[in-house]
Design a protein around this ligand. Structure first.
Ligand code: AMP
Length: 281
């Protein structure tokens, strides 16, 4: 695996690979890698000739300074996992390489960024838009692989690629879960043993709500079911639980839900914020 820390060395290497007609797959991450990230690497390997992974904890997408400071960083283990996962190129820039001077560029993703993650994490999608645009310019991948766990992020990136005419195809990959259903996340490693034990309630609540909706239950009942299921643990504070369309992520205002739709959940376990979703197509 080739490791680059500068944009110029990455560009130079990738341009030589492109000259050999190799197609490039790209998996952007913030590190603290787990099997969910490695599944994206595997998908990229299956669909392209050369897989590039980036690890960059992007300060501009953190609305909470403490979350940024405490974000897990495990560079040695990450490199080993990527090597074993068949990644060809790792790009690990530092903050000054990515942001040599402060930028005031602003994105506006319209109604997509004023709900759910956008509503509760002001500025988050602006930071995502900024870093993903920069990375797409640097890597110029044929395909970029993102996880469904961050569904709203996938929709933001889809808009970004369309609106800025990037010649990259977005591939959305399924959420990888622990055996007990908990969606894998770098933040899971910050959970205490007690929090980790109750964390699967999030996925269980989503599955219960989905079952109810598919049987013709109302959206209000589904949301009540989520609240009730999560009330089993006083450690869990729900931030939002919504049934939304999968284009603009707007809350459905109908009584019942007809696919396609997604059930999206964000909750705190102590200081740790976790998100998950299920979608029906
Ligand atoms: P992150 O490092 O959390 O920024 O995530 C990097 C990429 O991995 C994003 O496209 C995420 O959606 C994706 N990802 C994170 N967790 C999972 C998971 N459990 N299953 C599949 N993809 C994931």
């Amino acid at each position: 695996m080739h490791i680059f820390t500068t944009i110029s060395s990455l560009r130079q290497y990738l341009s030589s690979q492109r000259q050999q007609n190799k197609s490039i797959g790209f998996v952007p991450t913030m590190g603290a890698l787990h099997a969910g990230h490695i599944a994206l690497i595997g998908q990229s390997n299956a669909e392209t000739d050369l897989t590039v992974c980036s690890i960059f904890v992007n300060p501009t997408q953190f609305n909470n300074p403490e979350d940024l400071e405490k974000y897990p960083r495990t560079p040695e283990a990450d490199q080993q996992m990527l090597q074993e996962g068949g990644c060809n190129v790792l790009f690990m820039p530092d903050v000054t390489e990515m942001y040599p001077h402060p930028t005031s560029l602003q994105f506006n993703f319209g109604s997509l960024e004023s709900v759910l993650e956008g509503q509760f994490r002001p500025g988050h999608f602006n930071g995502v838009g900024l870093v993903v645009s920069k990375l797409l310019h640097m890597v110029q991948p044929d395909k970029a692989f993102f996880g469904q766990k961050d569904l709203q992020q996938c929709l933001v990136i889809r808009r970004l690629i369309q609106d800025l005419s990037f010649s990259t195809t977005l591939v959305i990959c399924p959420t990888v879960r622990e055996a007990d259903g908990l969606a894998m996340s770098s933040r899971n490693r910050r959970l205490t043993a007690a929090q980790r034990q109750v964390a699967p309630l999030l996925y269980q609540a989503l599955v219960k709500a989905q079952t109810l909706l598919t049987k013709g239950g109302t959206i209000t009942q589904a949301k009540e079911m989520i609240v009730e299921h999560l009330s089993q643990s006083t450690d869990i504070q729900i931030e939002y639980a919504e049934v939304v369309d999968i284009e603009q992520m707007q809350t459905l205002v109908t009584e019942t839900a007809t696919p396609p739709y997604a059930i999206c959940l964000a909750a705190y376990l102590g200081q740790i914020r976790l998100i998950d979703n299920l979608f029906l197509t």
